[in-house]
Design a binder for this molecule. Structure first.
Ligand code: HEC
Length: 194
């Protein structure tokens, strides 16, 4: 009786261990055989996309809440945020009345238009994303090259994008191409590249 139980236990362990080994082998096979297509010309499968988006959102939401923004943002802080946005974010994320650069549409995942997407994030979350970036998305970390004050300014500017008229957007900050409109795609890569 006792022995029977022991044997059943051992059998279960062997089956469990075997399954784990099998999963590991399948994983290794995917890594080594090239079975997974990394091409950015392919859309992500919907399950990959779901796992990606959910991880992305929960990761940012669990890390950002302790960050405390400045008490207020003056017009000149917002204008400084606009200048950085037009130099370093617009070519991927577009803006009111301005499209993203043509090449950014070839990215997977595609960088969202922040004029819409910014409404779904609160200020500390946008700051966190600008400071730390996001692995495996192409979203760069600006923390290594910009101080926190600068990044709060750009986050505050981004937070205002959903309610911003194209004329206001064009007027704010230092534009890259004289008239500030940036009507043609891709112009933001001009002189201010870092
Ligand atoms: C090279 C292209 C690129 C640049 C430059 C870039 N981003 Fe991003 N950004 C991305 C990508 C790609 C994502 C992730 C999209 C996804 O996974 O859905 C992203 C995501 C974000 C998000 C989250 C939006 C969402 O709903 O997914 C915010 C906020 C953001 N970026 C802010 C910024 C700011 C602010 C700057 C400039 C300081 C910036 N980004 C510069 C490519 C870029």
């Amino acid at each position: 009786m006792d022995r029977g139980r022991k044997l059943a236990g051992l059998g279960f362990l062997a089956g469990f261990g075997g399954t784990l080994v099998l999963i590991a082998l399948v994983g290794l096979a995917v890594v080594y055989t090239g079975a997974y297509n990394i091409a950015a010309t392919e859309e992500h499968a919907s399950v990959t996309r779901w796992a990606f988006d959910t991880t992305f959102r929960n990761s940012v939401e669990s890390r950002a809440p302790d960050l405390v923004p400045p008490d207020e943002f003056t017009d000149s802080m917002i204008a400084a945020g606009a200048t950085l946005y037009k130099a370093s974010c617009q070519h991927c994320h577009a803006g009111p009345g301005v499209g993203r650069a043509e090449w950014a549409s070839g990215m997977r995942p595609q960088p969202p238009h922040l004029t819409e997407a910014a409404a779904e994030w609160d200020l500390p979350e946008i700051f966190w994303l600008a400071r730390h970036g996001a692995k495996m998305t192409g979203m760069p970390a600006f923390g290594p090259t910009h101080d926190d004050a600068t990044l709060w300014n750009v986050a505050a500017f981004v937070k205002r994008l959903p309610a911003m008229e194209p004329e206001t957007y064009a007027r704010l900050g230092e534009a890259q191409n004289g008239d500030g409109g940036g009507h043609q795609h891709g112009e933001a890569e001009g002189g201010h590249a870092r």
